[in-house]
Design a binder for this molecule. Sequence first.
Ligand SMILES: Cc1cc2nc3c(=O)[nH]c(=O)nc-3n(C[C@H](O)[C@H](O)[C@H](O)COP(=O)(O)OP(=O)(O)OC[C@H]3O[C@@H](n4cnc5c(N)ncnc54)[C@H](O)[C@@H]3O)c2cc1C
Length: 386
Amino acid sequence: MASQPMTYDVVVVGAGPVGSAAASACAGLGLKTLCIEEHGTIGYPVQCAGLLSNAAFAECRVSDRSVLNRISGARVLSAKGSGILVDAKKTKALVVDRGALDREMAEHAAHDGAEYLLRTSVCGIRDNTLLTRGIHREQPISFKMLIAADGPRSTIARLLGMQRAKVFLAGIQEDILHQGDPGFVELYPDAAPGFFGWAIPTAPGRARVGLCARTHAHEHFAAFIKKFSSSSVHLVTGTLPLGVMPKTYAHRTLFVGDAAGFAKPTSGGGIYTGVRSARHAAAVAAEACARNRFDDAGLSGYERRWKADFGNELALGFRLFEMRQHMSGQDVDDLIRALNTPDLLQTIEEFGDMDRPSALVKKLLLRPGILRLFKPLMQAGLRSLF
Ligand SMILES: Cc1cc2nc3c(=O)[nH]c(=O)nc-3n(C[C@H](O)[C@H](O)[C@H](O)COP(=O)(O)OP(=O)(O)OC[C@H]3O[C@@H](n4cnc5c(N)ncnc54)[C@H](O)[C@@H]3O)c2cc1C
């Protein structure tokens, strides 16, 4: 016989960084909160390169326990031989151990009063009750509000029949021995058509080397990794959803992080927008519980909030991503050469922001040489954003 449902104000599905940020914020707002995670250990398996801007790391509100390395710039290298070095001469980003980061965020949420139910997976929804399977066998759990933080494959989105993100990229990465400059990320735009490859130093002599691609990711990766040593000690595979789902709320549910498709289409980074979306969701869930009103009209405030915060950045990022799909190796090489002037490099160093690229894009588009190269982007309708 099935047991009686446990009842919560908010149930968060998924204990990734976004789920724990949501659970922490909900519990902090006085809501009886449960976070459900299908794995027994939070933070594993890792599906991330662990590169976070200073701002993204600050959003996670953790100690520097998970920090492995500090990054002050990037080298962008074209297969045709051109390259640029952007050196901010100060820390712009951190490389973290994602497993450690996720666990610290969960510890904070638990400290704030959120309960965790591990090794339990959500497999159904009936009205306001989740059907779960796991450590307690089959356990129904009732909620007033649900926050779906269940990542790129979002079971909740599927169960509720929601439309998903526009594009799904496959990511592959290995931790290898690599003698690069530990203060600089290396970016390889030609490693994957339509996106890019990376070498992110985790320590002197070590790097995470990977790429994301729309199709044939394994083949592209096999060709790319030949540039490096083959002494892999850790293989990561994952999915990156790009292009936000058309509606991010419905049926008492708010979609956050990768479940909603909030990863940045320019870099693939999902922590900054994801954690911010979690806090917007918690605020709206608290309002709904306080008013005891859970209809879609009331929940639409969630979409207004995240759009006002980072909606334009994601929209611009997706247009840049679309433009990238039309760029040949020669176009990429031309762009890198055009950017390689002291004046433009200084502009990139000054205005470059991994999380909010629009300020830099606007500055660059004011330069005639760059504007000419960005023509396909203008044709894709970018002008309407300015
Ligand atoms: C190769 C690669 C490299 C990346 N590199 C970076 C980077 O350098 N910087 C960056 O900011 N972002 C990066 N990202 C993106 C980043 O990893 C994600 O945006 C981020 O993990 C999203 O967090 P989340 O909490 O929304 O989802 P996730 O981290 O995917 O967490 C979802 C959680 O939900 C759980 N879950 C799923 N379904 C259920 C269910 N039915 N029941 C219970 N639990 C469930 C999962 O086990 C998981 O723990 C990268 C992604 C890839 C693929």
